[in-house]
Design a binder for this molecule. Structure first.
Ligand code: PGA
Length: 262
């Protein structure tokens, strides 16, 4: 009998949404529903202002906490920035790095992604590093080339123990917040490519244990066919993570796929 694959990793990126009371309420609802999807790893990524409220609401549950960004220095005169040790202190275990909105709207590059991912690791956080092509790159047949560049520059020089703590999120930019999802086949092609690149650089064990998430208009209705793909280990969810039923529904549907023979 083949062993069941590990349960899905489902992270909710709340982006710039929810005030304190709303964030606490949503986190409480999700924490209450989590026993129902206990084989999944559930992570909430609220805005900085709500980290503390969410940490309180999920205390004692299996829900993990993450932040949406960090700066690479530990402390200093960097007005407006938040460091890895501060996030760790706030109860985070994860932090997003290089989300496409940060790349497109705030000038992040693969080089800053590299520095931030290193800083996250140094602080004891697992970086969830986002990669993905824009529509023009996909249409020009340059998707894999773009991903290769992001991986090479974003993770350049990472050791094997470091890469083992990195989570990669493939998020085609044209699928984020647009209601347009990559087909399972389109996503799987890129996920398999990323895993192959990890294998080339770090060997088979590191590659097969790596967590590679898909993100871009994920909802309960499309998480089942996506999670059936061999190299999709879970989801980074934006819009649908702002509603407890749809967020938990994504984990439930992925678990349904997980229970089926691969
Ligand atoms: P979306 O966002 O699910 O709303 O498309 C995903 C993301 O930006 O991480």
């Amino acid at each position: 009998m083949t062993p069941m694959r590990p349960g899905p990793f489902v992270a909710g990126n709340w982006k710039m949404h929810l005030k304190l009371s709303e964030a606490g309420e949503l986190a409480g609802k999700i924490a209450a529903a989590v026993p129902e999807v206990s084989e999944a790893t559930i992570v909430l990524i609220p805005p900085f202002t709500a980290l503390n409220a969410v940490a309180g609401a999920i205390a004692g549950s299996d829900v993990g906490l993450g932040a949406q960004d960090l700066f690479w220095d530990d402390q200093g005169a960097f007005t407006g920035e938040v460091s890895g040790p501060m996030l760790k202190d706030a109860g985070c275990a994860y932090v997003l790095v290089g989300h496409s909105e940060r790349r497109q709207l705030f000038g992040e590059t693969d080089e800053t992604v590299n520095r931030k991912a290193r800083a996250a690791l140094a602080a004891g956080l697992s970086p969830i590093v986002c990669v993905g092509e824009v529509l023009a790159e996909r249409d020009a047949g340059r998707t894999l080339e773009r991903i290769d560049g992001q991986l090479a520059r974003g993770f350049g020089g990472f050791s094997r123990p470091e890469i083992e703590r990195v989570i990669i999120a493939y998020e085609p930019v044209w699928a984020i917040g647009t209601g347009r999802t990559a087909s399972p086949g389109q996503a799987e092609e890129v996920h398999a490519h990323i895993r192959k690149r990890l294998e080339d650089s770090y060997g088979n064990d590191a590659a097969s244990c790596a967590i590679i998430l898909y993100g871009g208009s994920v909802k309960p209705a499309n998480s089942y066919p996506l999670f059936r793909e061999k190299n999709i280990d879970g989801f980074l969810v934006g819009g649908a993570s702002l509603d407890a039923d749809s967020f938990i529904g994504i984990a439930r549907e992925a678990l349904r796929a997980c229970r089926e023979e691969k």
